[in-house]
Structure formats: structure tokens, C-alpha cells
Ligand binder design. Structure first.
Ligand SMILES: Cc1cc2nc3c(=O)[nH]c(=O)nc-3n(C[C@H](O)[C@H](O)[C@H](O)COP(=O)(O)OP(=O)(O)OC[C@H]3O[C@@H](n4cnc5c(N)ncnc54)[C@H](O)[C@@H]3O)c2cc1C
Ligand SMILES: NC(=O)c1ccc[n+]([C@@H]2O[C@H](COP(=O)([O-])OP(=O)(O)OC[C@H]3O[C@@H](n4cnc5c(N)ncnc54)[C@H](O)[C@@H]3O)[C@@H](O)[C@H]2O)c1
Length: 465
């Protein structure tokens, strides 16, 4: 006999789980949500997107503050410490948790704060810290358990000088030097955060270039700005081992190099959270990275069990996870399901990067004839006024049809700016056209002006053909 029975049982209260739970209640389903953390919001709110973006925001304020001539006396490590910055950043978390709680209460979503595991394909047990286990049955179950940093077994993550993206949110000292191993999105974002605080960063990349899925001109700009902030990027290096003492860490690379620093931040890879779920009881199994495979409607091989968010792997973004969660409910209620395949990139380095659509390299490889229109932020009135003059917007469009094929942007608010272009790019037929930006009057001064400037630049190049 089950203690609870729901139409939809969601395991994990991050973006995917919350979006599914909310959509299901709006479709009149009874919904239960299980999360191992005592507060709602998932890893997104407690360990990933929110704390890292809040940290970056505080660091950006510190940088702006220090730029003011009257604040020059603050250019000392003693005045602004990492723990102080962290504390300021974390103040957002209780506000987010309260908001999630209000949503859940208003929509009568029952929350079970405990660790879940499957007992069959339609039943789950929840273990609590101080009360007996609940047995829950449901017509549909969603696995939305997210991911965690991948931890190689030869690194002691309990050492007080070795961190990953979860534990860096508890670092209680301010290192003077930091080695970041892994130059993916997390590594590059944290390199910006720490170098912004004046900490010397060695960023070790095991690939040949930074963020190779982005436009090369944009990653060149990122490399330049990281270097300018004192980040030393080492490409094509493989981790061998790390020695950590009470005073320092020494990272040994397979090339024979030894990098010494006050601390190591490991940012290389993530694994799906499936190890506690006892998936075998439900007739499921995870792949070598702990991820669950799903079809185009986010269904696992068990038709009543869905999976969404980081636990299904790519793109592993909060943005995509929200949409995947809603797509699950569309599938359950027999609506049209949108598989999320077109999430834009929004990378919160300093400066910020964002893009949607194809890169120049992809278009060239596919032999698509295209032209480029560029606008530099320094030439727009809004950027001149705000002082955020570093940045560029680049529009790639088809040579013959003028259809927009890609938008690439770096600089302040790039992640917002890209959505203007995305909205036009997503129009069907002739409505997706670069001429939109020359035939539309934008507010002035705004960063949207960059679209007009880039479009005119690109169309002028066409005249030279
Ligand atoms: C440092 C960092 C920065 C990021 N920045 C961005 C960004 O700027 N933009 C962006 O779009 N994405 C970003 N991401 C990615 C984003 O955080 C994730 O894609 C998102 O959190 C995934 O959401 P989710 O719903 O899959 O689950 P999660 O947010 O991972 O939450 C899963 C929940 O499931 C719970 N759980 C796990 N196992 C069990 C179990 N057995 N029983 C009960 N509960 C369980 C966990 O406690 C957790 O609360 C970032 C990630 C990191 C690490
Ligand atoms: N602003 C943003 O959008 C944002 C910010 C931070 C993180 N994220 C998301 O977080 C995820 C993690 O990013 P990242 O920078 O750590 O790494 P990454 O995805 O770039 O991977 C780094 C390296 O680790 C390897 N790897 C990944 N998982 C592994 C595993 N389980 N075992 C062994 N090797 C593994 C990969 O092959 C790669 O070489 C990304 O999917 C990213 O989308 C997004």
C-alpha cells in the first residue's frame, strides 16, 4: 500500500523538475516532487547557475568600483576578500528559495525532502533523515536529478586547497594564485571571476583552443581579454596528478610542466546524478557518465518514466532544462512536443558571450555562401554613455537570400542582446531577413542599434560583390 499516489512524481526540484511540476498542475494533474536538498531550487540555485552568476555580478561591481579614481585606495587584496564577495553573492539564494516555495505552495505541489530510489517502474521510496521511508506510486515519473562535478579518483577533493565548482562556493580564503583545470564554460567563467578579483589564474585547457563551439573571432576576443586580466591560458595540456600541501598545490601535467598555486579549481566535466536512484529496479540503466537516454519526447525505455535536464546530457543548461521539463508534460498530455535543439549559448565570462545559429566555420564547411555584418560596441552611443565599450555584434547572413544564419556577440549584456536577432532568425520564410534591421526604427540610444549598424555594414559589403 503506497503512502502517496500522484499523476506525476518528479525526482529533483531544479529547473527541469520545477517546470514539469508547474506545467502538470496547470493541466490538473496531482503532482509530488522529491528533492534530497532541504531547500527548493535544485543545484541550479544552490551550486550552479545562480551562485556563479551572482558572484560574477558582485565581481563586476568590484571592478567598476575600482575603476573610479576616488576608489583607487581599494586596490589591495586586504580590502576585498573572496569570502566577502561570496557572502554578498549568496544573499540571492534565500530570495530564490522563497520564490520557488511560494510557487509550489500556491500550486499545491507536495514536496518530499528526502533521497529517492526506484522500487519498481511506477514506485519510488523516499528516505528521510529523521522519519520513516515513504512509498510513492505514480502514473508518470520524471527523473530530473541533474548533475554534479566529475571527480577523478586520484584527486583528493577533501583537501582544503582543492576545489570543484560546488566546493568553491565554500572556499574560506582568498588565494593569490589559482590553477583552473578545464577550460570549458565553467573554467572560463571562473577564470573571469577570479582574475576580476586580481587573483593570478593559470587556466589549463586540454583542447587546442578555448570553447571551440563558438565563433573564432569571439573566442579570440575572449582569449585577449582573459590575458589582459592576467590569466595565463595553456592549451593542449593533459592533467597527470596534483600534490597538495598545507601551503600550496602543484599540478603536474603530462607534458612534464609543474604549475604551483595557492589552490586548484577542477572544472573538467560533469556526471549525471543517477547513482542513488537504483535505476535497475525500474528496468533502466545509466551510461558511463551517469546519464539516462531519452527519445525525442524525453521518454526513457520505460514509457511511463521520463528524464529531463542535465541528467540526459547535452545541452546541460538551466535554460534548456526549463523547456525540457515543460516538454515532458506536453508529451504526457499528448500535446505537440518541442525537443530542445536550438538553445542559444550564454556564457558569463567578462566580457559576456552569446550566440545563436551557425558559426563561420560551420557555414564554410557546409559550403553555404554567406556575408558578415559587424558592429563594434565602441561605435554605439549607448555603450559610449555606459562606458561598456568592449564588444562586438556579428550577423552572418546568406549571400543570395539575406536570411540570417547566425548571430554572435560579445560584450556587456551580450546574452540579452542576442535575443533580438534570435527573434528574427526564428521567423519563417522571408520574414527571417537581415533587412529587418535596416527597415525598423529602434530606440536610441540602445544596444539594439548595434543590429542596425551590423546590418548596414553587411549589406554594404554585398554592394561590393
Ligand atoms: C558553475 C555552473 C554555472 C552554470 N551556469 C549556467 C548558466 O549561466 N546558464 C545556464 O543555462 N546553465 C548554467 N549551468 C547549468 C545549470 O545549472 C544546469 O543545467 C541546471 O541546474 C540543470 O537543472 P536540472 O533541472 O537538470 O537539475 P539540477 O539543478 O541539477 O537539480 C537537480 C536536483 O535533484 C536533486 N536530486 C538528485 N538526486 C536525487 C535523488 N536521488 N533523490 C532526490 N533528489 C535528488 C538534487 O538534490 C538537486 O536539487 C551552470 C552549471 C554550473 C555547475
Ligand atoms: N553559461 C552557461 O551556459 C554555463 C555555465 C557553466 C556551466 N554550464 C554547463 O555546465 C556543463 C559543464 O561544463 P564544463 O565547463 O565543466 O565542462 P565541459 O562540458 O566543457 O567538459 C570538460 C571536459 O570534461 C570531459 N568530461 C565531461 N564529463 C565527463 C565525465 N563524466 N567523465 C569524464 N570526463 C568528462 C569532457 O569530455 C571535456 O573534455 C556544460 O555542459 C555547460 O553547458 C553552462
Amino acid at each position: 500500500m503506497a503512502d502517496y499516489d500522484y499523476d506525476l512524481l518528479v525526482i529533483g526540484a531544479g529547473p527541469a523538475g520545477e517546470a514539469a511540476a508547474m506545467a502538470a498542475t496547470k493541466s490538473e494533474m496531482t503532482v509530488g516532487v522529491i528533492d534530497a536538498q532541504s531547500d527548493l531550487g535544485g543545484n541550479c540555485t544552490h551550486k550552479g547557475t545562480i551562485p556563479s552568476k551572482a558572484l560574477r555580478h558582485v565581481v563586476k561591481q568590484v571592478i567598476n568600483y575600482r575603476k573610479q579614481p576616488e576608489m583607487l585606495h581599494l586596490n589591495s587584496f586586504n580590502t576585498i576578500t573572496y569570502p566577502a564577495v561570496l557572502q554578498a553573492a549568496k544573499s540571492i539564494i534565500p530570495r530564490k528559495v522563497a520564490m520557488h516555495k511560494a510557487y509550489f505552495m500556491r500550486n499545491r505541489i507536495h514536496v518530499h525532502s528526502g533521497l529517492a530510489h526506484f522500487t519498481s517502474a511506477n514506485s519510488v521510496a523516499v528516505e528521510y533523515q529523521d522519519s520513516p521511508t515513504d512509498n510513492i506510486t505514480a502514473k508518470h515519473i520524471l527523473i530530473a536529478t541533474g548533475s554534479r562535478p566529475y571527480r577523478p579518483s586520484n584527486i583528493d577533493f577533501n583537501h582544503p586547497r582543492i576545489y570543484d565548482s560546488d566546493t568553491i562556493l565554500r572556499m574560506a580564503h582568498t588565494p593569490r594564485t589559482l590553477v583552473i583545470y578545464g577550460a570549458g564554460v565553467i573554467g572560463c567563467e571562473y577564470a573571469s571571476i577570479f582574475s576580476g578579483l586580481g587573483i593570478k589564474v593559470d587556466l589549463i585547457n586540454n583542447r587546442d583552443s578555448l570553447l571551440s563551439f563558438l565563433d573564432t573571432e569571439i573566442t579570440d576576443a575572449l582569449s585577449y581579454h582573459l590575458r589582459n586580466k592576467g590569466v595565463l591560458v595553456r592549451h593542449g595540456e593533459q592533467f597527470d596528478s596534483v600534490d597538495a600541501t598545507a601551503e600550496m598545490v602543484t599540478v603536474h601535467l603530462k607534458s612534464g610542466k609543474r604549475i604551483k598555486a595557492d589552490a586548484l579549481l577542477w572544472c573538467n566535466g560533469r556526471s549525471g546524478n543517477t547513482e542513488d536512484l537504483q535505476l535497475g529496479n525500474a528496468g533502466l540503466e545509466a551510461n558511463s557518465r551517469g546519464q539516462v537516454e531519452v527519445d525525442d519526447e524525453y521518454r526513457t525505455v520505460q514509457p511511463s518514466i521520463y528524464a529531463a535536464g542535465d541528467v540526459v546530457g547535452w545541452p546541460s543548461l538551466a535554460s534548456a532544462s526549463y523547456d525540457q521539463g515543460r516538454a515532458v508534460v506536453d508529451s504526457i498530455t499528448n500535446q505537440q512536443v518541442r525537443k530542445v535543439t536550438d538553445a542559444p549559448t550564454g556564457i558569463y565570462t567578462l566580457p559576456e558571450i552569446s550566440s545563436v545559429g551557425k558559426t563561420e566555420a560551420e557555414l564554410t564547411a557546409a559550403k553555404v555562401p554567406y556575408e558578415v555584418g559587424r558592429a563594434f560596441f565602441k561605435d554605439t552611443a549607448r555603450a559610449q554613455i555606459s562606458g561598456d565599450e568592449v564588444g562586438m555584434l556579428k550577423i552572418l547572413f546568406h549571400l543570395d537570400t539575406q536570411e540570417i544564419l547566425g548571430i554572435h556577440c560579445f560584450g556587456a549584456e551580450a546574452a540579452e542582446i542576442v535575443h533580438i536577432g534570435q527573434a528574427i532568425m526564428n521567423q519563417t520564410g522571408e520574414a527571417n531577413n537581415i533587412n529587418y534591421f535596416t527597415n525598423t526604427t529602434f530606440n536610441y540610444p540602445t544596444m539594439a542599434e548595434a543590429y542596425r549598424v551590423a546590418a548596414l555594414n553587411g549589406l554594404n559589403r554585398l554592394k561590393r560583390q
